[in-house]
Design a protein around this ligand. Structure first.
Ligand code: LLP
Length: 419
């Protein structure tokens, strides 16, 4: 890509050499490109420019660094949050509360209170007990809560089962076939205002057909609701569009939206606001994880490059068997390439980042794990008492530290020894 490229065999992020960045800030290190972020946003801005009544609510969970959220807020993005913590982040980053929607199956009372007090746009309701709790909390605070019902359209997103959410047998949303009765109940509740319908069918979806099927099901629901006199202001089709990790050819955001909008317009719902909740397709390919080779270990069965990043930094490979490309920061060395597994120092066989890659590796080399901008840092942990990685945002020839590397002192600070 233009944002991650080689110049004289050296990998650059925009105009910054990865070798220099790694030397200055240490590894493991997440590095994001601001220009890449803007370019990915632009794919959604085009949709907004075309259809006008479109709100893009970036899914904070994909990459929730304040500096990243701030970029999206400045670009006019809304935010899809799933916790009180993400609400605090979005607000601190400068989000317009009227562009925040709150998803998730387990909202707690304090989180609902905080969101009502902030004046968010909408709660995506996932169950009847949640609706009841929201009505009660809203009444206590003397506020009106705008709601959208998350329905489960029972479509197959054709993606990894761990990240597929639109099938009948999972915990998300309510069965679309009982949605009308829940809307009628919501209608009867004081302090509740019905504003929309919502769904999210899965993640890393590369085809358009699951979204088209979902649109058909949502339209049937809109018709049924209209017959009951319930008119919705918005339709939220969720996130889920995939990215290229290796050879995937995912549908473009505009292609997906064109199909959905065509169907809405044909069915007479052309002036309903369309909400999107993209995460991965906005940030997945804006970032890399940089690691340094500690040892090369050749065994009879396999060759290993043991690096200083591990499953605690990037859990996607071991959790989903996910493929991430690996690049050498310095290309064109004399050393011959060999087949290696890239593994971390953690005491688990599952601690691997990539398998069977052709690389020329030596102790001290820097390697880059590609497509690590989404669900990378946000899913990281401190397992094995490893401080979490630092994060850098590159802007042209400038590098900004947007999260400092944790210290071991910080890791221990909240614990108390007792006798
Ligand atoms: N909206 C809701 C309600 C969601 O649950 C999600 C993601 C999104 C939007 C954003 O989906 P995206 O556009 O990023 O596909 N950790 C997994 C992905 C889990 C996705 C969870 N929900 C991974 O690393 O592949």
């Amino acid at each position: 890509s233009p944002f991650f490229h080689y110049q004289d065999n050296q990998l650059f992020v925009e105009n910054c050499s990865v070798n220099d960045i790694a030397k200055e800030f240490g590894t493991p290190l997440y590095v994001y490109s601001k220009a890449a972020l803007k370019a990915h946003w632009q794919l959604y801005q085009q949709i907004i420019d075309t259809y006008k009544k479109v709100l893009v609510c970036y899914a904070v969970k994909a990459n929730s660094n304040l500096a990243i959220l701030h970029q999206f807020a400045q670009l006019g993005s809304g935010f899809d949050i799933v916790s009180g913590g993400e609400l605090a982040r979005a607000l601190k980053a400068g989000a317009d509360p009227q562009k925040i929607i709150f998803s998730g199956v387990g909202k707690q009372t304090w989180e609902i209170e905080a969101a009502l007090n902030a004046g968010i746009k909408c709660f995506n309701i996932e169950s009847i007990p949640e609706l009841d709790l929201l009505a009660m909390v809203a009444q206590q605070l003397n506020k009106t809560a705008a709601i959208s019902l998350r329905v489960n359209p029972d479509v197959d997103a054709k993606t990894h089962p761990y990240i597929s959410t639109g099938l009948k047998e999972n915990k998300f949303g309510v069965d679309i076939n009982v949605a009308v009765s829940i809307y009628k109940k919501a209608q009867s509740l004081a302090n509740i205002e019905i504003v929309g319908v919502d769904c999210h069918i899965g993640s890393q979806i590369t085809k358009i057909s699951p979204f088209a099927d979902t649109a058909d099901k949502l339209i049937a629901l809109l018709d049924a609701l209209k017959a009951e006199g319930i008119v919705l202001k918005h339709v939220d089709i969720g996130g889920g569009l995939g990215i290229t990790y290796t050879d995937e050819r995912p549908a473009k955001p505009v292609e997906m939206v064109n199909i959905v909008m065509q169907k809405l317009i044909q069915a007479g719902y052309g002036d309903v606001e369309l909400i999107l909740e993209p995460g991965r397709s906005l940030v997945g390919n804006i970032g890399i994880l940089v690691a340094q080779v500690q040892f090369v270990k050749d065994t009879e069965a396999k060759n290993f490059a043991i690096v200083d990043a591990a499953m605690n930094d990037l859990i996607r490979p071991t959790l989903y068997d996910a493929y991430h490309g690996v690049l050498a920061v310095q290309e064109g060395k004399d050393k011959a390439k060999q087949t290696v597994d890239i593994v971390g120092p953690i005491c688990e066989s599952g601690d691997w980042l990539a398998k069977d890659r052709q690389l020329a590796v030596e102790r001290g080399d820097y390697l880059v794990i590609e497509s690590a901008g989404a669900y990378g840092f946000t899913m990281s942990s401190q397992y094995n008492t490893r401080p979490r990685a630092a994060e850098i945002l590159v802007d042209g020839d400038q590098c900004h530290v947007i999260r400092e590397r944790e210290t071991i002192e910080q890791l221990l600070a909240l614990e108390h020894i007792v006798d």
